[in-house]
Design a protein. Structure first.
Ligand code: NAP
Ligand code: NAP
Ligand code: NAD
Ligand code: NAD
Lengths: 461, 93, 378, 378, 461, 93
C-alpha cells in the first residue's frame, strides 16, 4: 500500500515539475517518492545482509553528489546525459544480475525461460537491450556536447546496420534465454546481446548533430524509463513497472514537445546530419547571451514592484504600441508601478514614441522623459526594453570612440533585471554592438515586439 | 486473468497516465524536466536492491552492486542537479 | 408638380447654400421642379452650371414668389419674407427666439414654416437633423482653428531639443459639437477636459477618452428631448468655480453650451479669461445665442490681454462646400416627409413635422415661441 | 567671461529669437555674460523684462561689436556681418549655398561661424540639431495649415447626413518634417500616402501606419550622413509618373523633399497641380530651396486654378514661441561644446564642431562650400 | 488483450469529448469502447444461454432509444439524470444478483464473505450503497429539474440524518455479509442496506436548489462510475474496475470544474438551500434568450466565411475598439472576410464609430456604410453586434408605434447567425426592448465589450 | 503480491488517469461531457452480462436481467442523447 504513496508522489512530482511556478517542489516530490520506494523495498526484502546495499547506496550517492557540486552551470546538459547513461546501465546490470543469479549460478535444468518464466525472460532481454543502448547512446551524447566528438559522421546504410544489430542482438538474447539449456552458452549469448546493444546506442547517436543532443538525451531518458519498467516485469515488481512506464511515457511526450519547440520532427532529428555543433552561434560579435520566453519573463514581472518600459524604434516598426499598453495595463492591474521612459531620440523622428504611444492611448502621466527618470532605474526591479538599441547602449558612456559616444542614454543597466525585446542581435540605427545584451542581468526576449508583447500580456492576465 | 496479464493492464494504465501527465511545458523547463525525469528513471535502483541481499560475493551480486551504484548515482545526482538548475529561477517556491 | 426654389443667402458671412447638385437631382427625380437663384452656390464653390446639369433652372429672386417650397439656410430676412407668396412652404433655420418679429411676419403672411432647429431629436429624424450636422462640423472646425491660432503644439513630444508639453483643451458642453471637438482635440494629442450638466454626457465623454470636470453636488440636469435644462445663477456660480482651475491652465477653451431657444449660459467670466496663459484662445460656438464667454463679440476676433476670443457661430461657413452638402441632405430628408410626388402635404400627426412646424395657416404653431410672443418666458 | 549677444532678427517674416529666458539663465549659470538686443524676443512673445529677469542685459545693436559670441536665427545680413568684430564666434543658420557672398564676407572678416545646418546628423548631436527641431515643427504645422485651408473634413465620418469621405494627404519626402506631417495627418484621420527615395524611409513610414508610394525600379538613394542623394532627371521623371495618380486624388500635398546644400527636387509639375481637385492645397516646405512644386512662390500663397499653393519655409515663424524655445536649446547645446567656463574654444578635432564650422581663421573651412565658391559644383 | 483496446477507446473518447471540436467523435469512441467491452465479455462468458442477455439488451436498448427520440431539447438535463439513475440502479442490482446467486441460492456454509471473499463482499456493499443512492438521488434531481419538486426544503439536522443512514446501512450490509451465516437473515439485512441507501440519495438531493442540479447530477454520475468499479471488484473484473474508476475520477473533476464555472464550491452546493428553481429568469421582458461564451462563439466564427461586425455606442463606452480590431485581424488571418457595418447614428455623436475605430486604426477599407452593406447581411454567415442596440432593432421596421419607427436599421437578422455582445438585456438610447435578442439564431455574449472581445481574440489566435 | 492488491494498483492508476484526463472543459461542453461520462458509467452492463448466463429464471437472474436492462438503457440512451446534444454544435467533425 505504501507503494501507492510512492506512485502518487511520482505523479504529482512530474506534474509540478512541468510548471514553472511549482517546478522545484515537483523535483522534491519526485525525490521523496524515490526515497519512499527505496524504503518500501528495503522493508519488503526484510532482514538480510545489508553490506552490499549500504555500500552501494553510499558509494553511488557520494559519486552523484560529487559530480553535481563540481559541475559548472554550462555543463548541466552533459551531466544529465551521463546520469542518464548510468540509469540505463543500471537497468541492464539488474537484468544481467538476475540472469546470473537465477540461471548461471543456480545452473538448474532447462532454458532460462523455463526457470524465470517467459515474461521475465523476454523483458530481461528488453531490459539489457534498452539499458545498454541507453548507456552507449548517452556516452556518445555527452561526448558530443563536450565537443570531444564533433561533426555528424555519416554511417553508410545506417538503417541497415541498425536493423542488423537489433536483430542479431535480439536473436542472441532469445536463443540464450529461450533455447539454450547450457548456462555457459546462454551467458555467452547474453554477452553478445550486450555488445550488440551497446553498438545500437552508438549507431543511433553518432550521426546526430550536437545541437540536437537535448532531444536525443530526452529520448534516451524515455528509454531508460522503459528499461526500468522491463526490469520490473522481469522481477515482477509493480512499483518498478509503474514508475518506469510513467517516466518512459512522460519522457516520450517531453521529447515530442522539445522537437516541436525546435521546429523539428523526431524522425528528422534521428535521421541526423543536422544540428552542427552544440556551441555554434550565429552572432559571433557577442559573448554568452541569456534569452528566455514570455512565460519566464512574466513570472519575473509578477514578482516585481516597479517596472520601467523603454520603447524604441522597434516598437514603432512592429506597431506594437497597443500590445505594450496591454502589458502595462496588466502589470498595473497587479499593483505594479509602471512607467515609460522616453529617450529624446528614440525612434526616427522627434517625438516618434509619443506619436505611437498616443495611438495606443498610453496616458501621458505614464510617460517620463529621460532626465526625469534616469536616476530611478537604480531602484527599479525590471526594465523592459522594447525594440530600442542605441538609446540604451552603454557604449555611449563607456567607449569614447563609439559613434554614439557622449550621447546621453537611458541607464537601464542600473535596474535589477533587464528584458530586451528584439528580433535578433542586429544593431540599431548607429550600427554598433550593444554590450547591454551581454550583461549578467539582461535577458533577451527574441521575437517581433508585437508578438512577444501579446504573449506577455496574455501570460500576465 | 493471469498475473502477467494484470501487469500488462498496469503497464498500459501507467503509460496512459504518463502521456496525460505532461501537456505543455515551457521551454525553460525542458532541461530541468528531462533531468528530473531522468533521475526518476533511476527507479531501477529498487530492482537492484532486491538482488544484492546476500553476503556472498557472486557474479550476480557484483553485477547487482554495480547496478545499485550506478542507479544511485543517477537518482541522487539527478535530483540534485535538477534542483540546482531550478534554484536559478527564483520564482515563488 | 411643386416648384422648389433655392434662395441665394444674403446674411453677412453666410456662404452655405440649401441645396447641392446631389439633392437637386434627387428632387428632380421625385418630380419636384427646382429653381436655383442665380449665384446661390457661388460662395460654396458650386456654380450655376452644376445646378443646371442636375436639372435645375436658374432664375433671379423673383422666382421665389412663384414657389411652393422655398429652402434657405439662414433665418429669412425681411426681404425674403416679403417675396414669399401666401401658402408657401419655407424650410430653413429660423432662430425663432432671436427673430420673433420675423416669425410674426411669417405667420401674418400665411407662410408655412418648417424650422430646422425645431426638428425633434429622435432617432428617426436624425437624417434631417441639421443642428447635428452643422454642430458636428463646428466642433471639428473649432479645434482646427484653435490649433491654427495657437503658438503651441497640441501633442506631447519628448525630443532631443527638450520636452514639449501637450496643449490643454477645455470643452464646455458635450453635445454634438462639444463631443466632436473633444474627439478632434484628443486625436491631435491634447489633454482634454470637459464639462456638461447632463448625466449621460459623462459616459459619452469617457467613451472618447477625455476627462470630465465634475461640478460638486450636481444633479442630472437633462431636460426635455435630451437637451439640457437652463440652470440658475447659483448653480452657474458653482460650475464656474469648478471650472476655474481647468480654464486657467487651458491653452484653448472651446465653448458649446446651449439651451434650446434660450440664451447660452455664461460660463467664462472676464476673470477666468484673464487667468488663461498668454497666447491662449477661446472659441465660442455659442456666440449666436450670446456666447458662453462674456467677452465674445459675434462680429470679430478680439484679443483680451493676450487671449484671443473667436466667435464660432459661423464656422460652417468656413467650410461651405462640406457644410452645404450636409445641410442640403438634411433639407432633402425633411422634405421627403412632406412632399408627396411633388406636392406639399403637411401632416401634423407626424411627430417630426409637427415638432418642426413654426408657422402654419396664418398662426404660430410652436407653443414655446407663441408663448414668448405673448410675453411669457418659456 | 565671454560676452554672448542675442541679435534681433531683421529678416522679413522672421519672428523667432535665438535665446529664451530659459537658455539665458543656463548661460549665465555657466559664467557667460548675456546681452539681448532690445526687442529681440518681441515677435516671439518674450519681452525684455523676461530676459532681464533671467540675467541678461538689454542693449542696442552696437553691443554686437563687443561680443565674443553672437547667436542668431536667420542667416546673417550684410549689416550684421559688418557689425561683427574679427574673431567673433557667430552661431546661426547660414544657408551657405544660397548666401555664398555672405560666407565670403564672414571669412574675410575673420569671423568664426558655426552653421546650424551643417551640424552632422549623428546621434549625439541631436540635441543641437536645429534642422530637426524646426523641421518637426514645420511638419506639424503644415498639416494644421492644410486642415485650416481645406473646405473638407480630414477624417471619415458615416453620419445620418451621409458619409463624408476622408481627406487624402500626399507627403513627398519622409525626413523629419515629412514624418511629422505624416503622423499629424494620420492622427487627424486622413488617408496618407508618402514618397521618398531612401530605402529606410519605407519602414519608417510604415511605422506610422501610412502607405508608401513605390517608384518602379528604384534603388536606395541614401547618400552621405543619412541624407538623400540628388537624383537625375530620368529618375525624377519616373518618380513623378509614379506620383501622378496619388497627387490627382489628393486634397492636400505636403512637400518636404530636400537635398542638403542643393536645390530641392522638382516633384510637382504644373500639370500635376492642375489635376488636383478644386479646393486642394499644396504646402511646400522646401520653398526656400526653390520648392518641390514648380509653381511655389516663396513670398505669397498663390491660387492656381482653385488649388492653393502655400510656401512653408517660414512655418516656424507661425509658432515663434515654440520654435524659439527649441532653437534656443539647440544653440545652447552646441555652445556647451564650445564654451568652457565662459571662454570660447574651437576644437576642430571634435566631430560636431568640425562638421558645423563654416568659416574660421579667415578661411572657409567647409569643403563643399569652399568648392562651390571656387566654381565647382559639390 | 482486447480489453486494453476498450480502455484505450474510453480514454481517448473522454479526452476528445472534453474539447469542443472533437466532442462528437469522442462520444463515438466511448460508444465503440462500450460495444467492444460487451463483445469481449460475451466472448469470455462463452457458449451460454443467451436468452436473458439478448432480451435484456434488446429491451434496454429500445427503451433508451425511445426515451431519446421523444425528448425535447429542453429536457436533456432531466434525461441525463434519469439515465444516470438507471446506471446506479444497475450496479446495485448486479451486486444484489451476485449476492443472490452466490449466497442465497447456493445456500452454502459460512458467511457471504467467506463464500465470496472479503474484498468482493466489501465492495458488494459499496456497490449497493452507491448504486441505490445514485438511483434515488437521480430521481430527485429529475423531479427538481422538471419542477415537480420545488424549493429547497430544509431537513432538520440533515448531516446527522445522513450519518445515521450511512452508518446503519453499512452496518446492516456488513452484518449481513460478514457475520450472518443464514442466507435469509443476510438477505433481509441486505434489503435494509438497500433501503438506507435509497434514503441517503433522497436526503442528499432534496434540499439542493434546482439551479444546482447539473452539479448534483455530475456528482451522482461520478458515484455511479464508482459503483460500477465496486461491482468490478466484487466480480474481479478489471475492465469494469478501470472503466468505472476512470469515469468516477473524471466525473469528480468535471463536477469541480462546473462548480468553479458557477462560482460555487462543491461543499456549498451540497449544503443546499441555494439555487432556487431551475427556470428562474431576471429579465422578465424577454422570452427565452440564448447566450454563450467566447469559446463557443469562436468555434462558430472559425467555421464562418464572411463576418460583419456592427459596432454601437457600447463599443465606445467600453473602449473596446482595439479588442474589436484584434478579433477582426484574427478572423482575417484565418481567411474570413470581415467588414464593419457603420450605422449613421451609431454612438452618440455623428461619426462616433469612425472616431473610435480610427483610434484602433481599423483600415477605412473595412468600414461600410449602411446603404452599402445592408443587402449583404443575407449572404453573411455571422454578424457580431458589439454594444449596439437601437441601430439593429427590428422594431424600427416592424412596430409602427415604436419611438424609432421608420429609422433605417442594419438588417442583421438576415445573417445566418447573430452574436450580440452587451452587458445585459438593458435597452439603448431609445429605451426600448429589442426583439433581435430573442431571435432563434441570435446568441447573446453577455459581458463588457472589451472583455468579451479580448476573450474572443485570444480564442481565435 | 495478491491479486486484490494488484486490483488496487489498477484502481489507483485508473483514478489518476481519470483525474488527469480532463483539464479545462468549456462550459458549453459541461452537459454533453457529463452525459457521455454517464453513458460510460453504464459499463456495469458487462457485470450484468456475466450474471445472466443460465436459462433458469432464479431471483439472481431476474435481478441480473433487471440490471442488464437498466444498464443498457443507460448506455444506449446516454450515448444517443449525448450525440443529439452535440449535433447542434455544427463544428467541424
Ligand atoms: N528620434 C529622431 O529624431 C531620430 C531621427 C533619426 C535617427 N535617429 C536615431 O535612431 C536611433 C533611435 O534609437 P532606438 O533605440 O529607438 O532604435 P535603434 O537603435 O534603431 O534600435 C531599434 C531596434 O529595434 C529592433 N527592431 C526593429 N524592428 C523590430 C520589431 N518588429 N520587433 C522588435 N524589435 C524590432 C531592431 O533590432 P532587431 O533587428 O534585432 O529586431 C533594432 O535594434 C538613435 O540612434 C537615433 O539617433 C533618431
Ligand atoms: N450618432 C449620433 O449622433 C447620436 C447622438 C445622440 C443619440 N443617438 C442615439 O443613440 C443610439 C445609438 O444606437 P446604438 O445602437 O449605437 O447604441 P444604443 O442603442 O444606445 O445601445 C448601446 C448598447 O451598448 C451596451 N453597452 C453599454 N456599455 C457597454 C459596455 N461597456 N460593454 C458592452 N455593451 C455596452 C448597452 O447595453 P448594456 O447596458 O446591456 O451593456 C446598450 O444597449 C440611437 O438611438 C441614436 O439615435 C445618436
Ligand atoms: N437621438 C438623436 O437623434 C440625437 C441627435 C443629436 C443629438 N442628440 C442629443 O441631443 C442632446 C443635445 O445635443 P446638442 O449638441 O444639440 O445640444 P445643445 O447644442 O443644445 O447644447 C450643447 C451642450 O451644452 C450642454 N450644456 C447646456 N448648459 C450647460 C452648462 N451650463 N454647462 C455645461 N454644459 C451645458 C448641453 O448639455 C449640451 O450637451 C444631446 O444629448 C445629444 O446626445 C440626440
Ligand atoms: N541620427 C540623427 O541624429 C538624425 C537626426 C535627424 C534626422 N536624421 C536623419 O537624417 C535624414 C534626413 O532628414 P531630413 O529631414 O533633414 O532630410 P531633408 O530635409 O534633407 O530631406 C527631407 C526628405 O526628403 C527626401 N528626398 C530627397 N529627395 C527626394 C525625392 N526626389 N523624392 C522624395 N523624397 C526626397 C529625403 O530622403 C528626406 O527624407 C533622415 O534619414 C533622418 O532620419 C538623423
Amino acid at each position: 500500500m505504501l507503494a501507492l504513496g510512492s506512485i502518487a508522489l511520482f505523479v504529482f512530482g512530474l506534474k509540478r515539475l512541468s510548471r514553472v511556478r511549482t517546478a522545484r517542489t515537483g523535483n522534491g516530490l519526485l525525490a521523496a517518492g524515490m526515497l519512499l520506494a527505496v524504503v518500501i523495498t528495503l522493508l519488503e526484502v526484510g532482514r538480510v545482509d545489508y553490506r552490499w546495499i549500504v555500500s552501494g547506496l553510499a558509494i553511488g550517492g557520494s559519486i552523484g553528489w560529487l559530480i553535481v557540486v563540481r559541475a559548472k552551470a554550462t555543463q548541466m546538459p552533459e551531466i544529465v546525459a551521463r546520469f542518464n547513461g548510468f540509469g540505463g546501465a543500471a537497468s541492464a546490470l539488474v537484468a544481467l544480475s538476475l540472469f546470473w543469479s537465477e540461471v548461471v549460478e543456480r545452473a538448474g535444468d532447462g532454458t532460462a525461460a523455463e526457470t524465470l518464466g517467459a515474461t521475465a525472460a523476454a523483458t530481461l532481454i528488453a531490459s539489457v537491450l534498452i539499458g545498454a543502448a541507453t548507456l552507449s547512446g548517452s556516452i556518445m551524447a555527452e561526448l558530443k556536447l563536450r565537443g570531444t566528438v564533433e561533426g555528424t559522421p555519416r554511417i553508410p546504410v545506417r538503417a541497415v546496420v541498425m536493423l542488423v544489430l537489433l536483430v542479431s542482438g535480439a536473436a542472441a538474447g532469445s536463443i540464450g534465454l529461450f533455447a539454450s539449456e547450457d548456462p555457459a552458452t546462454a551467458s555467452l549469448l547474453v554477452v553478445g546481446l550486450l555488445v550488440a546493444s551497446v553498438l545500437v546506442g552508438v549507431v543511433l547517436v553518432l550521426p546526430i548533430g550536437g545541437a540536437d543532443m537535448p532531444v536525443v538525451i530526452s529520448l534516451l531518458n524515455s528509454f531508460s524509463g522503459l528499461a526500468a519498467a522491463a526490469t520490473g516485469f522481469a522481477l515482477s515488481n509493480h512499483l518498478l513497472i509503474i514508475a518506469g512506464t510513467i517516466v518512459g511515457a512522460a519522457g516520450l511526450i517531453l521529447t515530442q514537445i522539445m522537437c516541436v519547440a525546435m521546429n523539428r520532427s523526431l524522425l528528422n532529428v534521428l535521421i541526423g546530419g543536422f544540428g552542427g555543433s552544440a556551441s555554434d552561434s550565429d552572432q559571433s560579435d557577442y559573448g554568452p547571451i541569456m534569452s528566455a520566453d514570455a512565460e519566464s519573463a512574466a513570472m519575473v514581472l509578477e514578482a516585481a514592484q516597479s517596472v520601467i518600459i523603454v520603447p524604441g524604434y522597434g516598437l514603432a516598426a512592429a506597431r506594437a504600441q497597443n500590445a505594450a499598453h496591454d502589458v502595462a495595463r496588466a502589470l498595473i492591474a497587479r499593483g505594479v508601478t509602471v512607467r515609460f521612459a522616453i529617450h529624446p531620440v528614440a525612434g526616427r523622428m522627434p517625438g516618434h514614441m509619443n506619436v505611437v504611444l498616443a495611438e495606443a492611448e498610453v496616458p501621458y502621466e505614464l510617460l517620463h522623459e529621460m532626465s526625469e527618470i534616469n536616476q530611478d532605474f537604480a531602484h527599479t526591479d525590471v526594465v523592459i526594453v522594447i525594440g530600442a538599441n542605441d538609446v540604451v547602449n552603454p557604449a555611449a558612456r563607456d567607449e569614447p570612440d563609439s559613434p554614439i559616444a557622449g550621447m546621453p542614454i537611458l541607464d537601464v543597466e542600473q535596474a535589477r533585471r533587464v528584458f530586451v525585446i528584439k528580433r535578433s542581435l542586429s544593431p540599431g540605427y548607429a550600427g554598433i554592438k550593444n554590450a547591454l545584451f551581454e550583461r549578467e542581468h539582461t535577458v533577451m526576449l527574441f521575437g517581433d515586439a508585437k508578438e512577444v508583447l501579446d504573449d506577455l500580456a496574455s501570460q500576465l492576465s | 486473468m493471469g498475473p502477467a496479464l494484470v501487469s500488462v493492464y498496469v503497464f498500459v494504465l501507467a503509460a496512459f497516465l504518463g502521456f496525460e501527465l505532461i501537456n505543455k511545458v515551457p521551454p525553460m523547463l525542458h532541461t530541468p524536466l528531462m533531468s528530473g525525469a531522468n533521475a526518476m528513471s533511476g527507479v531501477t535502483v529498487i530492482g537492484a536492491l532486491t538482488l544484492v541481499i546476500v553476503a556472498a560475493p557472486s557474479t550476480s551480486v557484483l553485477l547487482g552492486t554495480g547496478a545499485l551504484i550506478l542507479a544511485t548515482i543517477n537518482v541522487v545526482g539527478g535530483f540534485l542537479v535538477t534542483d540546482k538548475m531550478l534554484s536559478n529561477f527564483g520564482g515563488r517556491k | 408638380m411643386a416648384r422648389l426654389v433655392v434662395v441665394r443667402e444674403t446674411a453677412a458671412g453666410e456662404r452655405r447654400v440649401a441645396a447641392t447638385p446631389e439633392t437637386v437631382r434627387k428632387f428632380v427625380e421625385a418630380n419636384v421642379d427646382v429653381t436655383v437663384v442665380d449665384g446661390a452656390g457661388a460662395a460654396a464653390g458650386i456654380d450655376n452650371a452644376q445646378f443646371v446639369d442636375a436639372g435645375a433652372q436658374i432664375a433671379d429672386d423673383r422666382a421665389i414668389s412663384d414657389a411652393a417650397v422655398v429652402v434657405s439656410v439662414a433665418p429669412p430676412s425681411a426681404e425674403l419674407v416679403a417675396l414669399l407668396a401666401p401658402g408657401t412652404l419655407l424650410v430653413s433655420f429660423t432662430a425663432p427666439h432671436r427673430n420673433l418679429d420675423t416669425v410674426q411676419a411669417l405667420a401674418a403672411a400665411n407662410i408655412t414654416t418648417l424650422s430646422m432647429e425645431l426638428i425633434p431629436r429622435i432617432s428617426r429624424a436624425q437624417s434631417m437633423d441639421a443642428l447635428s450636422s452643422q454642430a458636428n462640423l463646428s466642433g471639428y472646425r473649432s479645434v482646427i482653428v484653435a490649433a491654427y491660432q495657437l503658438d503651441k503644439y497640441f501633442p506631447l513630444f519628448m525630443t532631443a531639443a527638450g520636452t514639449i508639453r501637450p496643449a490643454t483643451v477645455v470643452v464646455l458642453g458635450a453635445g454634438v459639437a462639444g463631443l466632436q471637438a473633444v474627439a478632434t482635440a484628443k486625436r491631435l494629442g491634447a489633454i482634454v477636459k470637459v464639462s456638461d450638466i447632463r448625466e449621460a454626457a459623462k459616459q459619452e465623454v469617457a467613451s472618447l477618452g477625455a476627462t470630465f470636470i465634475d461640478v460638486p453636488d450636481a444633479e442630472d440636469l437633462t431636460g426635455e428631448g435630451g437637451y439640457a435644462q437652463e440652470v440658475d445663477d447659483d448653480f452657474l456660480e458653482r460650475q464656474r468655480a469648478a471650472l476655474t482651475d481647468a480654464v486657467a491652465s487651458a491653452h484653448a477653451v472651446i465653448t458649446t453650451a446651449q439651451i434650446p431657444l434660450r440664451p447660452a449660459p455664461e460660463l467664462l467670466t472676464q476673470a477666468m479669461v484673464e487667468a488663461m496663459p498668454a497666447g491662449g484662445v477661446v472659441i465660442d460656438l455659442a456666440a449666436a445665442d450670446g456666447g458662453n464667454c462674456v467677452l465674445t463679440d459675434t462680429e470679430r476676433v478680439i484679443d483680451h490681454e493676450g487671449v484671443r476670443i473667436v466667435p464660432g457661430h459661423d464656422f460652417p461657413s468656413h467650410m461651405p462646400a462640406e457644410a452645404s452638402a450636409l445641410y442640403a441632405r438634411n433639407i432633402h430628408a425633411l422634405l421627403s416627409q412632406v412632399l408627396d410626388n411633388g406636392d406639399v402635404t403637411i401632416d401634423t400627426t407626424d411627430e417630426v413635422v409637427a415638432g418642426s412646424l413654426l408657422t402654419h395657416d396664418g398662426g404660430i404653431v410652436n407653443e414655446r415661441i407663441a408663448a414668448m410672443l405673448t410675453g411669457g418666458g418659456v
